[in-house]
Design a protein around this ligand. Structure first.
Ligand SMILES: [Fe+2]
Length: 191
């Protein structure tokens, strides 16, 4: 359990951070409407498998002006041709940004605002990614090992998963010819 009076935690790589306050696990069954290849999703789940896609270890604070810390571990793999990713979200408080810091592995950060502006950046060990206010953000693991990154964001940011779930991201990351490739999302709906 986290000692609230302590202000340090340690990065354990694919073990996340310790100590942490909460741990969120996202299995394929939690994300069945997110991946593009619904047939692949149902085949995996109906075969009795339910792979763990990612875990978030988090320490959240309460007061405005305080900063939360999260460590996300995305396990390597694909559903159909699509690489494992996080659900992605806007912040409920649209004036709040976020910083991602790559710890290990390799992947992409997709960002998209409500006017359809889209941005993609690579993340690996030592990469610092700034997510501006108003941009939904999703991380994609395109590597063969866990993608691990830290996130630092305002305590009053809040998570809006709903909006981006309805529209999807404009682009998705799939394997083409053995390489991660960004393609248009055929199911993308503009707001
Ligand atoms: Fe965020």
């Amino acid at each position: 359990m986290l000692d609230r009076g302590s202000y340090t935690t340690k990065i354990l790589g694919s073990g996340g951070i310790y100590p942490y306050e909460s741990k969120i696990e996202r299995y394929l069954s939690d994300m069945r409407d997110y991946f593009i290849d619904r047939k692949a999703v149902e085949e995996i789940l109906s075969s009795g498998r339910n792979p763990l896609i990612y875990v978030v270890y988090e320490i959240s604070r309460e007061l405005r002006g305080e900063l939360n810390v999260g460590c996300t571990v995305i396990y390597p793999g694909k559903i159909g041709d699509e690489y494992h990713f996080t659900k992605g979200h806007f912040h409920s408080n649209v004036t709040t940004g976020e910083v991602y810091i790559g710890v290990s592995g390799e992947g992409l950060i997709l960002m998209q605002d409500k006017n359809g502006a889209f941005n993609v950046g690579e993340i690996e060990t030592g990469t610092v990614v700034y997510v501006p206010p108003g941009f939904a953000h999703r991380a994609v693991n395109t590597g063969k090992t866990e993608l691990v990154f830290l996130a630092v964001y305002p305590s009053d940011a809040g998570h809006d998963y709903e909006t981006i779930m309805r529209t999807g991201f404009a682009k998705i990351v799939v394997e083409r010819g053995g390489r991660p490739t960004l393609i248009d999302n055929p199911n993308y709906r503009r707001i």
